[in-house]
Design a binder for this molecule. Structure first.
Ligand SMILES: *Cc1c(COP(=O)(O)O)cnc(C)c1O
Length: 368
């Protein structure tokens, strides 16, 4: 490309990459609040297990050493706690990296990647960067829809991606529907189930996806330590996948994609099942309490099983006005009308006293 100002030639990124808009992180700062209550990125307000923090600190003495590239200790721990085969587990720099590596392994120029409407925004970016076409499958019932996904699949489809529970809604596809989707999907299409919020769900008709993963199959489940385990800052996630998917991702991942501190802290975190259970229980109890209080105040609470919830406001009040009202009180929510379902505000579940602050501010907002 010729530079307009200097008239010299300069390098040009791929057209697929130029077509992408930069990722916008949830707002983290407010101009005049020193320590805002950040409820915009679904981080854990409880934080990680004390044991994970201790394991992280211990790493400080070994920073000169490369991490274990085979990730053996963490894969073994995950396998033991979740009852899975450690050989089919691979860890990454957040589940985001693993989603990217699976897409890179299977979808190229001109291929189709089908993404259920309310999935992980980065899946779109990774597919487009490969030169693939993204086909969005609508979620009419606000959760991944087996028929809509199957209707979007064509002979060009290489990968299908759905988040269950989804984001920004927080609803899951029931097991029967997931099984039906899998049964009717061509067996040479990768079905990637993003279970970032699966740790929060204990409903009997929920299937996180691991039950569909087989050594020779086409299903991949990704999970993360960023949400329930409170380790978003360390960047560590994992996937459970068929042998061939593991093998192909092994070929293109960097050898030390999961760093030593992340591996150590995540191993301690997954073994501390008591902490995980406490977080799961508090989140569920708080969701129910918040739902009751905001509905009573006249707002519409959209049911969620994850660590966030969506609100609709009465009397033409907009999510942006609600966000401004909360921000003036030091609370940062995430308006999701850009790209997500229209006219809703997403808020991360906090500790009980934090949620009380949010409810009080919102009640004031709709009552004013
Ligand atoms: C937070 C989130 C992820 C996880 O990202 P990490 O890279 O593991 O931190 C994946 N999918 C969805 C839908 C998410 O909301």
């Amino acid at each position: 490309m010729i530079d307009d100002r200097t008239g010299t030639r300069r390098p040009v990124p791929l057209a697929s990459i130029r077509s992408l808009a930069p990722y916008r992180q949830g707002k983290a700062k407010l101009d005049d609040v020193a320590q805002p209550l950040k409820l915009s990125s679904n981080e854990s307000m409880i934080g990680p297990s004390e044991k994970a923090i201790a394991a992280y600190r211990d790493c400080g003495a070994r920073l000169a050493l490369y991490p274990d590239g085979s990730q053996a200790a963490l894969r073994t721990a995950i396998g033991r706690v979740h009852g899975l085969d450690p050989d089919l587990i691979l860890c990454g720099n957040g589940s985001d990296e693993l989603i990217q590596l699976v897409i890179r392994s299977y979808a190229g120029q001109g291929d189709d990647v089908v993404i259920s409407q309310n999935s992980f925004a980065m899946a779109f970016v990774h597919a487009i960067a490969q030169g693939a076409n993204v086909i969005t499958a609508p979620e009419a019932e606000m959760r991944p829809d087996a028929d809509a996904i199957l209707a979007a699949v064509s002979p060009r489809t290489k990968v299908v991606i759905l988040a269950s529970p989804n984001n920004p809604i927080g609803q899951y596809i029931p097991r029967d529907e997931l099984l039906r989707l899998h049964r009717n999907l061509p067996s040479d299409v990768v079905l990637l189930i993003d279970g970032a919020y699966a740790d929060y769900v204990d409903e009997p008709d929920f299937e996180a996806g691991d039950g569909l993963v087989h050594r020779q199959g086409n299903v991949v489940m990704t999970r993360t330590f960023s949400k329930l385990y409170g380790l978003a800052g360390l960047r560590i996630g994992w996937m459970y996948a068929p042998e061939e998917v593991i093998d192909s991702v092994q070929r293109i991942r960097t050898p030390f994609n999961a760093n030593a501190a992340a591996l150590a802290a995540a191993e301690a975190a997954v073994c501390d099942t008591g902490h995980a259970e406490m977080v799961r229980r508090e989140n569920k109890a708080e969701l129910a309490r918040i739902a009751e209080r905001v509905e009573k105040a006249g707002m519409r609470f959209i049911p969620s099983v994850a660590n966030f919830y969506l609100l609709r406001f009465p009397n033409g009040l907009t999510p942006d006005a609600a966000a401004r009202h909360l921000e003036a009180r030091g609370i940062i929510p995430r308006p999701v009308n850009a790209g997500g379902p229209a006219e809703v505000l997403r808020i991360t579940v906090g500790r009980p006293e934090q949620n009380d602050r949010v409810i009080a501010a919102l009640t004031e907002f709709v009552g004013a």
